[in-house]
Design a protein around this ligand. Structure first.
Ligand code: SF4
Ligand code: SF4
Length: 196
């Protein structure tokens, strides 16, 4: 994802995050259709904003389970231009830990990993779990950000964000925002999530 340089500044992102989480979504997005995100979700979004993938390929070759939601399986079938039942049979297995869920069948490496290009052949249709990697967790819940330790850069991202938040708070560089400002900052972070 390409971000303007100003939005790669950890302090600016920390201020954005503090403003975005000054009020809960329930008080800001009155539209029924707007998804409700938790404070933890906004931390994940800020991490995505700071994160820079090193294209090491570990996440696509390590063998960790890669879960597919029903819509991911449908997107896979559409991308491959094959019927859904064929895509499920050929590329997935039942998730041993979650009844009814599916995992990719091949993960060492993933069937869709392009070794020569160190990239994903399925990029536009890759599953949600690949999109939100390495800052995993269930969106809409208070489940903490799960950082994948096998991913170089992800731990660093958390360190940078934590340090920036500490600095901003210590120097009182953050003033309580009004409703409009909270909404604007939430929308900036939400745009990051929508573009991963
Ligand atoms: S493990 Fe992390 S740094 Fe490596 S390719 Fe995956 S997301 Fe990028
Ligand atoms: S679908 Fe793409 S991003 Fe996801 S594990 Fe496979 S190669 Fe990697």
């Amino acid at each position: 994802m390409h971000m303007p340089e100003t939005l790669k500044d950890p302090k600016k992102i920390a201020i954005m995050l503090l403003k975005a989480t000054a009020l809960p979504d329930e008080q800001v997005f009155m539209e029924l259709a707007a998804p409700k995100y938790t404070t933890v979700d906004y931390y994940r979004m800020a991490c995505h904003m700071l994160f820079e993938c090193q294209r090491c390929g570990k996440c696509c070759t390590s063998g960790d389970p890669i879960r597919l939601r029903p819509e991911d399986a449908a997107a896979l079938a559409k991308h491959l231009k094959i019927p859904l039942n064929k895509a499920i049979k050929k590329y997935t297995i039942p998730d041993p830990e979650k009844p009814g869920a599916l995992d990719f069948k091949h993960t060492k490496p993933c069937k869709f990993y392009d070794v020569s290009a160190t990239g994903c052949k399925l990029y536009a249709a890759r599953p949600w779990s690949c999109r939100i990697f390495p800052f995993l967790g269930i969106y809409g819940s208070d489940e903490q950000v799960i950082v994948n330790k096998s991913c170089p850069g992800s731990m660093k991202t958390m360190e940078i964000l934590t340090a920036a938040l500490k600095e901003v708070r210590a120097k009182m560089e953050f003033s309580a925002p009004g409703l409009t400002e909270v909404r604007q900052n939430k929308e900036l972070l939400r745009a990051v999530l929508e573009s991963v």
